[in-house]
Design a protein around this ligand. Sequence first.
Ligand code: SF4
Length: 385
Amino acid sequence: MIKTGLYIHIPFCRKKCNYCDFYSLPCATNENMKEYIDALCTQIEAEAKDYKNRIFDTVFIGGGTPTLLEADEFIRLTSAIKTNLNLTQGAEFTIESNPDTITKERLLAYKASGVNRLSIGLQSANENELLLLGRIHTLDKFKQGFLLARECGFDNINIDIMYGLPEQELEDFIKTLDTVSKLSPEHISAYCLKIEENTPFGKIKNSLRLPSDEDESLMYETLYSYLDKKGYLQYEISNFSKQGYRCQHNMKYWLSMEYVGIGASAHSFVDGKRYYYSSDINEYISSVKNGTMPKRIYEEGYSNNSHSLNQNSKIDEYIMLKLRLSDGIELNEFKNRFNIDFYDYAKEAREFLSTGHAVEQGGSYSLTPKGFFVSNYILLKLLKL
Ligand code: SF4
């Protein structure tokens, strides 16, 4: 049995946030959602035979805002998963949520369906920043949702936060860190705002007063030193957890382990091939309804017939994913896998040891927090393509 992750994409949100370029549609009706859940259940059932040799040890329902689904629709989806796929006992089962959509009824339905990890998008503890980001919830609403989740028995909760926001000062970000750490979630994901072209922020990017590079770097330094003092270990560029609470599903992405994605715009890595479905819910639903099933779009370098990445691309992909993790690259493993010494392949890697951007310890090469902040630059230097 191949240990595999399962990702289900729920492309609905109450309203689009000003910075978001994930595939999600605002203003969907209950009817739209029901139709989409029908299609997800049908695809799971139809493809289950292809996954008989797999055991799913992580499930991640992401979006979008999966917690927009009514409890009965959610139960229908999870029943289809459990009926058709092999799940390990106690598989990590995460659902992403927006605080505005958390209710006791839904939380209890998730618990009863086997969900054991809740991820809540807060982004900021400052009301003015929430407004600017176009978030639909207040800080109070978030706190209520968090406490309700604890009351309903969720003992593995992630909170998403952001920094590098327009107008943001270091003290504002520290307030977010204070608020979040006081609640003591098991996991914190912290992302630097990136302005994407096809978003409301992208259209007004020249008028946004974004923090300077130095200020952003200071926020990042504050982030990891602050969370370190509170007992959170940085295990990935943007992810921090208490001991034993790394997100097992996301670890699969960084460790190049396989995962099956179901739903519009979902990505998969199955039998050594990477592919995704188009970001078009109507196309997705109609292809499932008419039995042709959604068309797999293979990522560059991966063909329908073979895993055709050339050797350098494979090595680059490996380095790129592994250097996101604080565990980094195990040098012996690298040599055995690719038949070349890491330092012979990535000739400039030693330079980053002397500048404090990377360390070699316990037989592994990894980036330091200072290196994580400029990881894109470092990767440009280390990769061949
Ligand atoms: S709630 Fe999340 S997925 Fe939906 S628009 Fe906002 S950031 Fe994007």
